[in-house]
Design a protein around this ligand. Structure first.
Ligand code: PGA
Length: 241
């Protein structure tokens, strides 16, 4: 496990795009896992800037969602809407359909396409304040696969703004499972801001447990945590490097 601590969220974004671009230079037809949320927004802005100057080429890249809401329409608040806003420059974007009539089949089909590719080449992740990765909420086992899940109350609250109020947030989502995520060749976890300090410390230093799904990442051979100073504040000195 590697841990990088950067001065601020902008530095995390720049450095995360260095890693993405270097992965794409090594394999232009890579499949990337790209999360939604507030954390990766700066990364995607930087990625847009670099792809527009051709210092990073995503023409042959496939970008994959890691989760999606089960929602009546694709339009507002969904991850598909997020991608349309923040990743319009990704030509080949794969995302399960939020409004699929059979969400379990939908996410299983989505995950098996990733498995047929050989797993994601690089999967970016955020971490929820409750330790979730994608929509693998606390209680998610190490061997969990793509499935439909009930969203934790903290996750529903965190998405209230995007859906125009907490009451409108779907209560279920589709997610790649922990085991699907761990089949990625490399993992890059982004966390910024003081609200993440306690859960980052728990995931990196606490017990490896389903109570903190991000702690499962410690079993992966190539995982990098990219943190800003405030998100790293709970780590002990040795781990901050
Ligand atoms: P955030 O979400 O980036 O909005 O904090 C992270 C997550 O829930 O995975």
């Amino acid at each position: 496990m590697k841990i990088e601590v950067h001065p601020d969220a902008t530095a995390v974004a720049c450095r995360s795009v260095d890693v993405i671009c270097s992965a794409l230079r090594a394999r232009p037809d890579a499949w990337l896992g790209l999360p939604t949320g507030k954390t990766p927004v700066l990364t995607y802005a930087e990625l847009k800037a670099r792809t527009s100057t051709a210092s990073c080429d995503m023409n042959r890249t496939t970008a994959c969602a890691v989760d999606e809401f089960c929602a009546p329409s694709e339009n507002v608040g969904t991850n598909a809407a997020f991608y349309a806003e923040h990743l319009p420059f990704c030509g080949n974007l794969r995302s399960p359909s939020a409004a699929a009539p059979d969400p379990l089949s939908e996410i299983k089909r989505f995950a098996s396409a990733i498995r047929e590719h050989g797993g994601l080449d690089l999967c970016l992740l955020g971490i929820g304040v409750n330790g979730h990765i994608a929509f693998n909420e606390p209680g998610s086992p190490r061997d969990s696969r793509a499935r439909v899940v009930d969203l934790a109350a903290t996750t529903v609250r965190a998405h209230a703004e995007g859906f125009g109020g907490e009451d409108n947030v779907p209560r279920q989502g589709m997610t790649l499972g922990v085991a699907d995520i761990l089949e990625s060749k490399s993992l890059l976890v982004l966390a910024t801001g003081a609200s993440k300090a306690a859960i980052v410390a728990a995931a990196i230093q606490g017990p490896v447990t389903a109570d903190v799904p991000a702690s499962w990442l410690r079993g992966h051979a190539d995982v990098t945590w990219m943190l800003d100073q405030t998100a790293a504040a709970g780590l002990n000195h040795a781990q901050r490097g």
